[in-house]
Design a protein around this ligand. Sequence first.
Ligand code: C2E
Ligand code: MG
Ligand code: MG
Ligand code: MG
Length: 273
Amino acid sequence: IDRLEQLLDKFALPRQKTVETPSIAPTESGMRRGIANHEFFLVYQPQFELATGKVIGVEALLRWQHPTRGLIHPSLFIPLAEKSGLINQLTELVLEQALGQMAKWRDKDITMSINVSPTTVVDLDMPEKLDAMTAALEIAPEKIVIELTETALMENVSLYMDILTRLRMKRFNLSIDDFGTGYSSMQQLVRVPFNELKIDQSFVRQLIKDEECRAVAQMSVSLAHGLNMQVVAEGIEDQETFDWLKELGCEFGQGFHMARPAPAHEIEELYLS
Ligand code: C2E
Ligand code: MG
Ligand code: MG
Ligand code: MG
């Protein structure tokens, strides 16, 4: 574990997120208009069991179809949404669309992973809200996975502890997203009631080239298994990486090598029928 922490520290600086240039940055008023005009929608990326190649779930990923700028990815607008408070409206919209879709896929043997921002987890009374929504739609809570980034989580573990425990008690799954990017101490990690860990794509994508990335992946897998969590690798872009991860004992994965995010009807046609 010390070795894992050392490695992650070493990676932390060069891997910090880049800042988008203001000229293409969306505005708060633009987002408000976009929400009112229903310009936000979800695409879904399949998740695979590496051993069998079977689709075991999908992750819902938000998109903004801007009337003049075209398709905008979440890294460009989620930070602004979080700062302006619009994230609550976006989360509502995401939950409605994702759960609505899941109701249509009720008879499929898949889970639905949903990304949530830390602020919404606190503001929206998430456990009760999710419970009510899934019950109304007759979706088993076991089929829903709530993803929270490691960075968000570790900024205030004790604040989220209560809400996360309540979510688990209601049988929703909890996943630590972007694991390896959040400077978390392993002591804290042990305390959170998560049952899934997602290895960040920055490690997965360098796996073949970089021995230390392989070490991070390998140690993340053993750490997760030691804590009774299942592991998902994100950003698998080639067969070699796929094979490596399978060999390491990583059970699940997603990535462009297997499938890109796509609208629900395409996912259904290609992977669920
Ligand atoms: P994430 O949750 O870690 O999602 C994985 C991101 O990696 C997605 O980008 C996905 O399209 C991309 N990806 C998947 N496989 C590959 C691959 O093999 N290679 C490469 N290069 N990329 C791959 P996306 O859709 O742009 O989302 C970026 C981030 O935005 C997400 O990271 C998530 O943190 C956030 N996000 C997405 N949807 C939502 C949402 O509904 N609510 C909130 N709060 N955040 C969201
Ligand atoms: Mg995610
Ligand atoms: Mg991630
Ligand atoms: Mg990410």
